[in-house]
Write a protein that binds this ligand. Structure first.
Ligand code: ADP
Ligand code: MG
Length: 557
């Protein structure tokens, strides 16, 4: 037997990192700004515990493009590195200084928001750059260092005359990545990934009008200020008790600047055990607005945007919501199928389901009228949730509503109570009469109402599946659409059928109607019809209609 050590040659690793580590080349900027943020947060922590003897001040990060020289600069005022530290942190691929820092300051720094993880982020710079320089001055009293590398495993490290604390990364953009020298492209990336990062990020300058002096002496002046592209303190990082309704609405606008519809309500997520997660979810108005499809829930890790594909993390029925989720505990470097099997992720998904159900319940109990008004906009999400998430279904009884055609809203329990004396069939089952379209089924609705029956309006596209589920779980409940033949078979029959037509007229009409109406799927009833609403009624066997519905919607629920 032979044992040995697999020999990994760096020459082979670089091209691999460049090609396969990240599928999106654009994330180099996210990684480098994350490192600049980490360097700043580390300094903040070290000054707060007295380990760094410098003034923390108000550090910012600056991103600059030098189009002529084909360079991008990322400059921070963080803790910097000594030459020795450059050797340790930069020259060792896959050694994470961020993890080391968190390990060293375990107790005090666990909430510091440090982003880095795998010790690979820095090398993503080589996806777009043919040469990278680091010029860095540590907060410690040591000379600055200048590191240069052209993507081969050779580097140079010399002293530098940089005097101010912090690090400047210079990317010499490769010919195949010149798009990243466009101001518009970089702004787009900063807004996509860094919009809510915790350290201010400057990208160019902008002008601002200010008024100085007072009264007649007041003069308006145009001044040039730093163009800060991010909001370092987004709403979800704050305590719910520090936010009011307007704050939540403003944040919605900040998240989706192109969305002018106001959200219906929000749910603030905030948990730190057994996993860490913060966020704000919004119930949007379910209008036909296409924008709604485009604005998705955004996933962040320590305020860095990761993705808006939350599949597998948020239960499917809630992916129609908007908002943000921020969690350092979601393993995002793994495949989606693995994600779904991950214990933490399952817990996160269950937590979100529970929070949403709790919020709905409290909205319902605190202001039922308001909740009823919103019902039409939220019902699809809730009904879909009942069908797809058993945990949600369990809680749904407390707030899911069944509206009548006349705008009355029942919970399931209230509905049972209301029907118990007037709508039962021969097996003593409660018969829930419902319409799926108020206009089309108008005369059936009127006729049922005249008989004193309560008719619900259940018009969402998945309602037939929901009915099946409710019938399966409520032995004593049966649903019947107003235009089905069951309405008369099941419900206590009226004593005198009222038709004002003579027997002859009735027969003639029946003959005519039966010629036009396909006999196999409909029944013509003249005698059962109430004269006021319509002279006759065509009904369809309930089971046939359901069969048809099922086959149209691609099989049973
Ligand atoms: P990670 O961030 O996961 O630790 P990276 O490859 O992104 O890994 O960075 C490696 C290490 O290099 C960091 O942990 C940090 O110690 C050091 N580093 C990178 N960029 C900076 C910077 N701007 N200022 C100070 N140190 C930095
Ligand atoms: Mg990093």
């Amino acid at each position: 037997m032979t044992t040995g050590k697999i020999n990994v040659s760096v020459e082979n690793i670089f091209p691999l990192i460049k090609k396969f580590l990240y599928s999106d080349h654009e994330i180099f900027l996210r990684e480098l700004v994350s490192n600049a943020t980490d360097a700043t947060l580390k300094l903040k922590h070290l000054t707060s515990i007295g380990e760094a003897k410098v003034e923390y001040g108000n550090p910012i990060i600056e991103v600059k493009i030098d189009k002529d020289a084909k360079k991008i600069h990322i400059i921070d005022q963080g803790l910097g590195m000594t030459a020795e530290e450059v050797e340790k942190y930069i020259n060792q691929v896959a050694f994470s200084g961020a993890e080391e820092f968190l390990e060293k300051y375990k107790d005090s720094a666990k909430d510091s928001g440090i982003i880095g993880h795998f010790g690979l982020g820095f090398y993503s710079a080589f996806m777009v750059a043919e040469k990278v320089e680091i010029i860095t001055k540590s907060h410690k009293d040591e000379p600055a260092a200048h590191w240069t590398c052209d993507g081969s495993p050779e580097f140079t490290l010399v002293a530098s005359d940089k005097t101010d604390r912090g690090t400047e990364i210079i990317l010499h953009i490769a010919e195949d990545s010149l798009e990243f020298l466009e101001e518009g492209k970089i702004r787009e990336l900063l807004i996509k990934y860094n919009k809510f990062m915790p350290v201010p990020i400057k990208f160019g300058t902008r002008t601002e009008k200010v008024t100085t002096g007072e009264g007649d002496d007041a003069t308006e002046e145009t001044i040039t200020v730093d163009n800060i592209i991010n909001n370092p303190n987004p709403a979800w990082t704050k305590q719910p008790s520090d936010l009011n309704d307007a704050d939540y609405k403003n944040f919605y606008r900040e998240l989706y600047p192109m969305q002018f519809e106001e959200p219906l309500f929000n749910i603030h997520l905030n948990v730190d055990y057994p996993f860490n997660l913060t966020g704000i979810l919004y119930f949007p108005k379910m209008s036909a607005d296409l924008q709604i499809q485009k604005d998705k829930i955004q996933l962040y890790q320590n305020q860095v945007f990761v993705t808006d594909n939350v599949e597998g993390i948020v239960p499917e029925f809630l992916t129609m919501l908007k908002g943000v989720i921020d969690s350092p505990d979601i393993p995002l470097n793994v495949s989606r199928s693995y994600l779904q099997a991950d214990g933490n992720v399952k817990k996160i998904s269950n937590y979100i389901t529970r929070k949403v159900a709790d919020k709905l319940k409290s909205l319902f109990t605190e202001n039922r009228e308001d909740f009823e008004q919103k019902w039409n906009d939220i019902k699809i999400v809730l009904e879909y949730g009942m069908l797809s998430e058993p945990k949600f279904y369990e809680k749904a009884g407390a707030f899911v509503l069944y509206p009548s055609v006349d705008g009355k809203y029942y919970t399931l329990d209230e509905l049972k109570e209301a029907l118990k004396d007037k709508q039962t069939d021969k097996d003593d089952k409660l018969v829930v009469l419902y319409a799926s379209n108020k206009d089309v089924q108008h005369s059936y609705i009127e006729s049922a109402k005249e008989k004193g029956y309560e008719v619900l309006l259940l018009d969402s596209p998945i309602v037939s599946h929901l009915i099946q589920k409710l019938e399966a779980d409520n032995e004593k409940l049966t649903f019947t659409r107003v235009d089905s033949d069951h309405i008369d078979n099941l419900i206590k029959k009226e004593d005198n059928p009222i038709s004002k037509l003579s027997e002859d007229e009735q027969n003639n009409l029946k003959t005519v109607l039966e010629e036009i109406v396909p006999k196999t799927s409909y029944t013509v009833q003249l005698e059962a019809m109430d004269s006021k609403a319509a002279p006759f009624m065509i009904t369809q066997p309930e089971f046939m209609r359901r069969m048809k519905e099922m086959s149209q919607s691609g099989g049973g629920g």
